[in-house]
Ligand binder design. Structure first.
Ligand SMILES: *[C@@H]1O[C@H](CO)[C@@H](O)[C@H](O)[C@H]1NC(C)=O
Ligand SMILES: *[C@@H]1O[C@H](CO)[C@@H](O)[C@H](O)[C@H]1NC(C)=O
Length: 258
């Protein structure tokens, strides 16, 4: 929360929006530490070296994230940290960074209301060297059905409420259920789009996405079906809402060739 707030002040974009919850602990709620190489597709998006969002490697030169994580005027200070479970520079020997050459925000992204089409792509200046710690995540086939009522894995970095600049943070993961559209609409009503969105959480809450997880991947059987978009506050009281990757498979292909 503080890092996000700090970055936003630097950027001059003091947004009050549904993505950033106000829980006291800003991390994947009730997650578990990841181990090195466990989620080699996860990256951290950083403005001025500060973590702002998650993302995923989908090709050597391509990162998938949420549109709301991309500040077009600041792409020149946007870098990607990959190959690392630790957010702080130098904590992981495998850690690497890449600069972003071009950012693509979905043409029909709506930065208000239902936040539809919340998807973006980053083209890197230098391709990623794949290794045990840096690998692309496969995407669903065009038109594939998103599994529902199945276990899904959400991955992201979180911050404690104490001085985040002093604390080493480890990538967190949590197992959630992707709910059916009917269940998602019961929770989110008109704010949920069956085309743009999926939702994931646990029955009864207490686990799920929160600030700083935006843009990060939700996977089922090592295929990415969701991109963290927004959640109610406090986090994990209702299922989190994610961009439905399968609905944007053609857009991704047309933009990247992947
Ligand atoms: C939809 O979003 C608006 C604005 O954030 C909110 O006031 C409203 O309660 C939401 N509706 C539901 C059903 O969650
Ligand atoms: C974490 O899980 C515990 C046990 O299920 C629950 O009591 C607690 O409320 C959860 N934490 C949050 C922030 O939801």
């Amino acid at each position: 929360m503080r890092v996000i707030a700090l970055t936003r002040i630097i950027l001059g974009v003091l947004l009050i929006n549904p993505y950033f919850c106000q829980g006291s602990v800003v991390r994947i709620v009730n997650g578990t530490d990841a181990s090195a190489g466990q989620f080699p597709y996860v990256v951290s998006l950083r403005y001025f070296q500060l973590h702002e969002c998650g993302g995923s490697i989908i090709g050597a030169s391509w990162i998938l994230t949420a549109a709301h994580c991309i500040y077009s005027d600041y792409v020149n200070v946007l870098t990607i940290l990959y190959g690392s479970i630790n957010l702080r520079n130098g904590e992981s020997p495998e850690a690497n960074t890449a600069e972003v050459a071009i950012a693509y925000i979905h043409e029909n992204y709506v930065a208000s209301g239902r936040y539809e089409n919340d998807i973006g792509l980053l083209y890197l200046r230098q391709p990623i060297q794949f290794s045990r710690y840096a690998q692309p995540i496969p995407l669903p086939a065009l038109g594939a059905k998103t599994p529902s009522q199945e276990d899904a894995t959400l991955v992201g970095w979180g911050y404690p409420q104490s001085d985040v600049m002093q604390v080493m943070e480890v990538l967190q993961f949590v197992t959630l259920t992707i709910f059916t559209d009917d269940v998602c609409m019961n929770y989110h009503g008109e704010n949920y789009s069956t085309i743009s969105h999926i939702c994931a959480g646990t029955t009864g809450g207490g686990k799920g996405q929160c600030s700083g997880d935006s843009g990060g991947p939700l996977t089922v059987d090592d295929i990415q079906y969701g991109i963290v978009s927004w959640s109610d506050k406090p986090c994990a009281t209702t299922p989190g809402v994610l961009t439905r990757v399968a609905s944007f498979r053609e857009w991704i292909y047309v933009t990247t060739g992947i």
